[in-house]
Design a protein around this ligand. Structure first.
Ligand code: FES
Ligand code: FES
Length: 236
């Protein structure tokens, strides 16, 4: 019957699972069933952040989507009902186009073996979705759950701290300036045609709309579902 169905989105694609396994984790589902192996399996117990994804829900009270960073290794698949999941594949790739968050991490050599990188990217992405102009405190808090064995964290923070500035004009260290094409010659990319800052605004706005669309769709299907159930119980 309809009530056994799990309905959610992954990177904008609607998924309907009939009789989902109540013991399955979101991480297992992403990697094994959807083949989305960008989300990594590290500790499998919520300690390393390699499996970080974004889970968005439509908040009925505020009528806005809520974005959470979630350890997919701990999240039961069935907890995703009526949510939208975004994985690292959903925000950018070398085949299509890197998201500014990915670009800046690689620009400062914040990725070595790369195992922690997707999780770091997703933590930063979720932070930017929730806080347009984060400060260093936001950053430190956002990365509390992400471990990296290789880099010692400094190049990671140097890459991501470029998001704390008011669009390219403050808080840019020499090193990150060298690492980022957008800061070459010390000028902000805004002066160029397809610069990073413009892309960032664009990308965030674009998928914000997308998420809103998907979530309002979920909200709608949820309501339909509820009214269907009410209708049925009324008949009984
Ligand atoms: Fe380490 Fe999920 S795999 S937190
Ligand atoms: Fe290797 Fe972070 S780059 S664990």
């Amino acid at each position: 019957s309809g009530s056994d169905e799990l309905i959610f989105f992954v990177n904008g694609k609607k998924i309907v699972e009939k009789n989902p396994d109540p013991e399955m984790t979101l991480l297992f589902y992403l990697r094994k069933k959807l083949g989305l192996t960008g989300t990594k399996l590290g500790c499998a117990e919520g300690g390393c952040g390699a499996c970080t994804v974004m889970v968005s829900r439509f908040d009925l009270e505020s009528q806005r989507p809520l974005h959470l960073s979630v350890n997919a290794c701990l999240a039961p698949l069935c907890s995703l009902h009526l949510s939208a999941v975004t994985t690292v594949e959903g925000i950018g790739s070398t085949a299509r186009k890197l998201h500014p968050v990915q670009e800046r991490l690689s620009g400062t050599h914040g990725s070595q073996c790369g195992f922690c990188s997707p999780g770091l990217v997703m933590s930063m992405y979720v932070l930017l979705r929730n806080v347009r102009r984060p400060n260093m405190e936001h950053l430190h808090e956002a990365f509390q759950g992400n471990l990296c064995r290789c880099t010692g964290y400094r190049p990671i923070l140097e890459g991501f701290r470029t998001f704390t500035q008011v669009r390219g004009h403050t808080e840019v260290t020499q090193r990150s300036r060298r690492g980022h094409t957008e800061f070459q010659n010390g000028s902000c990319c805004r002066s160029k045609t397809n610069g990073c800052c413009k892309n960032l605004d664009l990308d965030l706005d674009l998928d914000q709309d997308q998420t809103r669309l998907h979530l309002s769709h979920l909200h709608l299907s949820h309501q339909l579902h509820l009214s269907h159930q009410l209708h049925l119980s009324h008949q009984l």
